[in-house]
Design a protein around this ligand. Structure first.
Ligand code: CO
Length: 213
């Protein structure tokens, strides 16, 4: 119990401070959430979604996992995307990686970490495909950082390739998938200019037609 006390005190101060600025803040939030953004980021404790982009509770719908991976078989991540797109109707999906990601680094090495090794396997595949270009970089840190960027670009494509996102576009819903990366060393969050806002930006092999009824 003692270990929790500091956090409980922090929370009381935080809630009071927000209520002082806007007495109706929590009452309004309790009635509904209307976030415009879905954040898909890494679980890393140094990459707190709301703080980085100056968003309040209610502004960001968030999914985090180790190394911000989006897989077509992950019921958890896909359910978050489906609810965000179909029900909340977010306008933007922000796939955010970060430099020095331990998950990406693990997927580039030969050390076993346990169950997590399987979770990171798709990043290892990505590393293998890009190994020659990465080997041109001056050192391991530069290679890991470039892989962190390549991973974000891949995950943006994985999000866009889902039928959830494609069906939203087919029915005329405005939705953009962005790739961003965060620097733990300098606190800066930047766009990788890899935004996909419609199926025409994807190779035709990944495009679906609507279900025929
Ligand atoms: Co990470």
């Amino acid at each position: 119990m003692h270990d929790l006390q500091e956090l409980l005190d922090n929370n009381a101060r935080w809630a009071d401070a927000i209520k002082q600025r806007d007495p109706d803040f929590f009452a309004k939030l309790a009635r509904q959430q209307t976030p415009e953004y879905l954040w898909i980021g890494c679980s890393d404790a140094r990459v707190p979604a709301n703080e980085i982009v100056g968003m309040l509770p209610g502004d960001l719908f968030v999914h985090r996992n180790v190394a911000n991976v989006v897989l077509p078989t992950d019921l958890n991540c896909l359910s978050v995307i489906q609810y965000a797109v179909d029900v909340l109707k977010v306008r933007h999906i922000l796939v955010t990686g970060h430099y020095g990601c331990g998950g990406v680094r693990a997927a580039m090495g030969d050390r076993q970490y346990g169950l997590i090794d399987g979770w990171l396997r798709s990043i290892r595949d990505l590393y293998y495909v890009n190994r020659h270009a990465l080997a041109q970089l001056p050192n391991e840190e530069a290679q890991v950082d470039r892989m962190c960027e390549l991973n974000v670009i891949q995950q943006v494509e994985n999000v866009a390739h889902t039928t959830i996102v494609q069906n939203a576009w087919l029915r005329g819903q405005e939705l953009s998938v962005h790739g961003c990366i965060y620097g733990i060393k300098d606190g800066r969050w930047k766009s990788l200019d890899t935004t996909i806002s419609g199926a025409e930006q994807m190779p035709e092999q990944f495009r679906y037609r609507p279900i025929q009824r």
